[in-house]
Design a protein around this ligand. Structure first.
Ligand code: SAH
Ligand code: SF4
Ligand code: F3S
Length: 479
């Protein structure tokens, strides 16, 4: 899943390789800002796509309760910060932002500040003690309670709701697309995670895994298509374990069946999904992908480490050989499928040789790209309780540099193979660098940049031939 340690405004998605600060559209905000009388909220999101998607649910709840979004925190009546706990750095960034919000709060009487998301869930009422400016602490399953908590805060009561639900999926809430190109959108299909990877805080901050009603997912995708969207990404911490029981027929719907249903909405609606846990992605999913042209040939399949002993300590439930077989299977069924990954360096007790196995795994799997991190111990996790965080930071960082360098090389090789090839590309908007160029992705999730042509617009499909590449982008022309 895409991940972001940096601030974003109004749910604007900013990925690590694609920082587009300042060039984003704030359509939703500007339109509603014009409406007089409404109280204004400002929301900033950190972390994974789930958090961005949740901010759109929050915006919808607030919209129904007399609030309009603003892009300017200084004039907001309510500042919300949707936080992430995945690594220590993510939490530090949030605390820095809170300092800045404190200065706004001093200047604007009655301004309220609320902390949402995973850090709220992890720290609970401790947040109120640690950060005096915070008026509300609201966990990921409690957003329906926001109007209530805001009303309390307006009366001077500090509120905390960090109840984790076994049922909440916000299925009935129609997300307000906060920053949107009008072409691509995220649809949350499940919440929580039951996997208990030993390094990971998510099961503690997001609670038990639960899947959303199939019909509400399909309806949301249909509505997006009717509004002109051409790509949906089905989101969950572990999408392949999607499992929903139809209350009437008692039939169990699995992820491959959900994919099939969404793919059938329209051949012009592209379907992506994230993230796949290697242990759960089935042949049925792979065959469904292969069968439908509009299901993108791209799988984010985080390996975390290439070494079996470390994988065991991480509680990933697969070993090196098992993962390699999964990769082989994917390429066997879909030779053109791109695979990407997440890797953690310097996990407890990782030796130099074990680290080398991560490097050889990267070469074997030929990842088109990866998100790479050094291990950051998270309080309360299994690893924090059982293992010593014993790899010095310089070594963690050196190993991280090595995998980053290798990934750049592998990505470049991967992209070079595309020179001369022709791809169907969905135009997402202007390229970062020039408004004379469009950008858009191919089925493998690779970004293409190409000169604009008369008559083409955002949301159109075009055929582009690639002439030149970097490790991150393919450059081409429309044919
Ligand atoms: N289920 C999601 C996980 C989201 S967290 C997924 O598989 O994509 C995204 C990534 O953050 C993880 O895959 C892992 O590589 C990294 N990560 C999680 N906990 C971490 C920690 N304690 N230190 C460093 N990286 C971590
Ligand atoms: Fe964390 Fe593992 Fe769940 Fe992903 S699958 S959210 S890494 S516990
Ligand atoms: Fe996502 Fe960060 Fe929470 S990665 S699930 S926002 S801890």
């Amino acid at each position: 899943m895409l991940y972001n340690d940096n601030p974003t405004l109004l749910g604007v998605q900013k990925t690590i390789d694609e920082k587009r600060q300042g060039e984003v559209l704030f359509k939703a905000a500007q339109e509603t800002e014009a409406k007089d009388g409404n109280k204004k909220f400002y929301i900033e999101s950190y972390g994974c796509q789930m958090n961005f998607s949740d901010s759109e649910i929050v915006a919808s709840i607030l919209g129904d309760n007399g609030f309009s979004p603003t892009r300017n925190p200084e004039i907001a009546d309510l500042i919300l910060i949707n936080t992430c706990s995945i690594r220590e750095k993510a939490e530090e960034t949030v605390r820095k932002r809170l300092k800045i919000f404190e200065s706004y709060k001093k200047q604007r009487q009655g301004m309220l500040v609320g902390v949402l998301g995973c850090m709220a869930e992890r720290l609970k009422s401790k947040f109120l003690e640690e950060e005096k400016l915070v008026d509300m602490v609201v966990g990921p399953d409690s957003y329906r309670d926001l109007p209530n908590l805001i009303a309390g805060a307006e009366e001077g009561e500090k509120g905390v709701n960090v109840y984790l639900s076994r049922e909440e999926t916000y299925a009935d809430i129609n997300p307000v697309r906060l920053d949107t190109n009008g072409v691509t959108a995220f649809i949350s299909i499940m919440r929580g995670c039951d996997n208990m990877c030993s390094f990971c805080v998510v099961p503690f901050t997001r609670g038990r895994e639960r899947s959303r009603d199939l019909f509400s997912i399909v309806a949301e995708a249909k509505e997006l298509f009717e509004k002109g969207y051409r790509e949906v990404t089905l989101l969950g911490q572990n999408v392949d374990s999607y499992k929903w029981e139809n209350p009437e027929s008692k039939q169990i719907v699995t992820f491959d069946q959900l994919l099939e249903q969404v793919a059938q909405i329209n051949a012009d609606l592209r379907v992506r999904f994230s993230t796949s846990h290697p242990k759960d992605i089935t042949d049925e999913v792979l065959f469904t992908m292969a069968k439908h042209e509009n299901i993108c040939k791209y799988i984010h399949l985080p390996v975390q480490s290439g070494n079996s002993r470390i994988l065991k300590l991480m509680n990933r439930t697969y070993d090196r050989d098992w993962y390699m077989n999964k990769v082989r299977r994917i390429y066997e069924i879909m030779p053109d499928c791109a695979i990407s990954s997440d890797m953690i360096t310097g996990f407890c007790t990782e030796t130099e040789e074990e680290h080398t196995e991560t490097l050889t795994m990267m070469e074997f799997a030929k990842y088109s790209m990866s998100y790479m991190f050094f291990y950051s111990e998270r309080p309360g996790t299994l690893a924090a309780r059982k293992y010593k965080d014993d790899i010095p930071e310089e070594i963690k960082k050196r190993r991280l540099n090595e995998i980053v360098r290798l990934q750049n090389h592998i990505s470049l090789q991967h992209n070079k193979k595309d020179i001369g090839k022709t791809f169907r590309v969905l135009i997402e908007g202007d390229s970062k660098k020039s408004d004379k160029d469009f950008k858009g992705r191919n089925t493998q999730n690779k970004m293409l940049v190409f000169p604009k042509k008369e008559g083409l617009k955002q949301g159109d499909y075009v055929t582009v031939t690639v002439h030149e590449v970097t490790s991150a982008t393919l450059m081409g022309t429309v044919v």
